[in-house]
Design a protein around this ligand. Sequence first.
Ligand code: ADP
Ligand code: MG
Length: 475
Amino acid sequence: MAEQVVADLRDKCETPLPLLREVALAMAHEMGAGLQKEGGSRVKMLLSYVDKLPTGREEGLFYGLDLGGTNFRVLKVQLGGNQKHVVNCDSKEVSIPPQLMSGSSSELFGFIASELAKFVADEENCTNISNGKKRELGFTFSFPVKQRSVASGTLVKWTKAFSIDDAVGEDVVAKLQTAMEKQGLDMHIAALINDAVGTLAGARYYDKDVVAGIIFGTGTNAAYVEKANAIPKLEGELPRSGDMVINMEWGNFYSSHLPITEYDQELDNESLNPGEQIYEKLTSGMYLGEIVRRVLLKISLHSSIFGNMDHTKLQTHFLLRTPHISAMNHDKTPDLKIVAEKLEENLAITSTSLETRKLVVEICDIVARRAARLAAAGLAGILKKLGRDCNDQEQRSVIAIDGGLFEHYTKFREYLDITLAELLGEEASKSVAVKHADDGSGIGAALIAASQSQYCNAESDEVAAKNTYHTCRED
Ligand code: ADP
Ligand code: MG
C-alpha cells in the first residue's frame, strides 16, 4: 500500500520535457498578457518604476531593509563609486515574531522601525558617521505591491504566512515612514522594491549581462528587465532609459499543464489563500515540506509501515519543514540515520525500517524534483519572452537566483540546472548562466536607493529633467 501511494505520487508528479515546454510557453504567454493591460493575467507583471539599474558608479552610504517571509534584515552599505563597489557592509538579521504576521500593521511596522532604529544607533556609535545628511533607505518588501512611483506603493494582498487585513490597499512606504518617525529616526525611503527586483539589481551591479532576478525562498518570484515600448499598459511618458524592471509576481502563475496532485489540492484548499499562488505552492520553501507531510500522513493512515504511532504531529500543518526534507533528501549515511532522526524529532515516527526510510527519501526527492523542474520551466519562459532561448544567441544571459531553498537545497539546484539545460538545448545553454546571487535582495534595495537618489541629483542639474516622472525628493 505504501509503495502504491509513492508510485502514484511519482506518476502524478511527472514532468516530462514536453509538459515543461508547455509550462514555459504558458509563462511567456501570461507575461505578454499581463503587460498588455491591468488584470490581463494572473501573473500581474507589476511595474517597479525602476528604470535604471545600478552601474557600479554609485557612491556613498546607504541603508537597506529586507522584509521577506520569515526574517527581516537591516543593512548598511558603503559604496565606493567608480567600480570600487561595496567597500563596507554591515547587517543584522531579525526573525519576525509569528504573532506579528497576523496582527495589525502598526505593530508590524512599529517592530521593524524599532529594530532599524536600534541598528542605526549601534552602527553610528561604532563608526561615528553622522554627517548631517539625511540617511537614505531602500526597502525590500516581498509581497505584491501596486506601485505609483519607485518610492511608493499599495499592498495588493499578503502571501506566504502573512495576513494583516488593515494593511491591504495601504501605502507601505507611508506606513514605514510613520513608524520610523515615531522612533525618531531621520531617514528617507528612496526606493520600494521586492526581493526579486533587489536580486536583479544586486547581481546587475557586478555583471551587466544579468537579465533577471529570481527568488526561491519561503515564496517565489521573478523580476526582469523589459523594454518600455513592449509594455502596452505603461501609461504616460516612457522612461528615458527605455527600460523598465517588471516585478512579475509569478508565484500566482497557473497553467492547466501544471502537475497537481490530491496533496497540492488539499494544501491549497486549506491554505490562507485558496486558489492563489499555485505555482508558488508547487515550487517554494514554505510548501515543499508540507506536501511531503501530507503524503506521509496518507501512508500512515493506509499502511502500518510507521508502526504504532501518535498521529498528532503528523497531522499538524507545516510541522515538517523544507529544511527537514532537504536534510532527509541529502542523507548520505548508509542506514539513513538522518532520515530516522528527522522523522522522530518532527513527526514522532519512531521505528522505521531502512526500506521505509528509503521510501521517505524518495518522496522528498519527487516533490523537490518536480519543484525544480517547474522552476526551470519558469526561467525558460522568461528567456523565451526575451527572445534569448534560441540557438543563435551571441549575447550572454545571466539569471541571478537567491533564496533559502535555492541556496541550501542542493538537489533542488542541481535538478533546476539540469532541466534548464535540457529545455534550452546544448547550443542555447552555452549563452545562459544561472548564478547564485548571495544576499542580493537586501543590498539590492540599498543599491537602488543609491542609484535613484543619485539619478535624481544628477537629473536636477539638467534642464531636461523637467519631464521625467521620477519622484525626486523635494527637501
Ligand atoms: P525569505 O524568503 O523569508 O526572505 P530566505 O530566502 O532565507 O527567506 O528563505 C527561507 C526559506 O528557505 C525557508 O522558509 C525554507 O523554506 C527555505 N530553507 C531554508 N533553509 C533551508 C535548507 N537547509 N534546505 C532547504 N530549504 C531551506
Ligand atoms: Mg528574502
